[in-house]
Design a protein. Structure first.
Length: 158
């Protein structure tokens, strides 16, 4: 029997026993300090991304802050939060390819500094187009593409 990889939507729906709260220790404690870390569910990240209105932005770090506050932990895991945002973007793109219009607006989730995530569907060019369609200006800074004056567009959630 041939192996069939999971779709992005299947990955999004797979909670894998998350959320998990772990005590920071070893390398994690050195990097982040003492306390606790939440590994949220992929759908929690998606749900926050869905709340960002047209013409506005949120950073991955802001999503992490929201998750940490929600779960009463010191931090939210930076690695899994980024991975789950990518999964949400892939699931949204699968929905868009089926003609669904109410999809997670993943292009509104940027890295710190307003940097566009090149790993999202459509890459840099695709997201640039979607952001500019919403009235935001995307400029090149070195090898990265950033939303100009991105701070003006950041949304406050929760």
């Amino acid at each position: 029997m041939a192996y069939k990889p999971k779709s992005w939507r299947e990955k999004l729906a797979d909670d894998k026993n998350f959320p998990k709260i772990v005590k920071l220790s070893g390398r994690l404690e050195k990097a982040w300090g003492s306390g606790t870390c939440v590994i949220a569910k992929p759908r929690e990240v998606d749900e926050i991304m869905k709340k960002v209105p047209k013409g506005k932005l949120i950073t991955i770090n802001k999503i992490r802050e929201i998750l940490a506050k929600r779960h009463k932990t010191t931090i939210a895991c930076p690695i899994t939060t980024g991975i789950f945002a990518r999964i949400a973007a892939g699931a949204a793109e699968e929905n868009a390819m089926e003609g669904k219009s109410d999809i997670t607006p993943y292009w509104r989730t940027v890295k710190d500094g307003g940097v566009i995530n090149e790993k999202y569907p459509g890459g840099l060019k695709g997201q640039k187009k979607l952001l500019e369609k919403e009235g935001l200006k995307v400029i090149q800074k070195g090898r990265k593409y950033v939303v100009e004056n991105y701070e003006k567009y950041l949304v406050e959630l929760e």
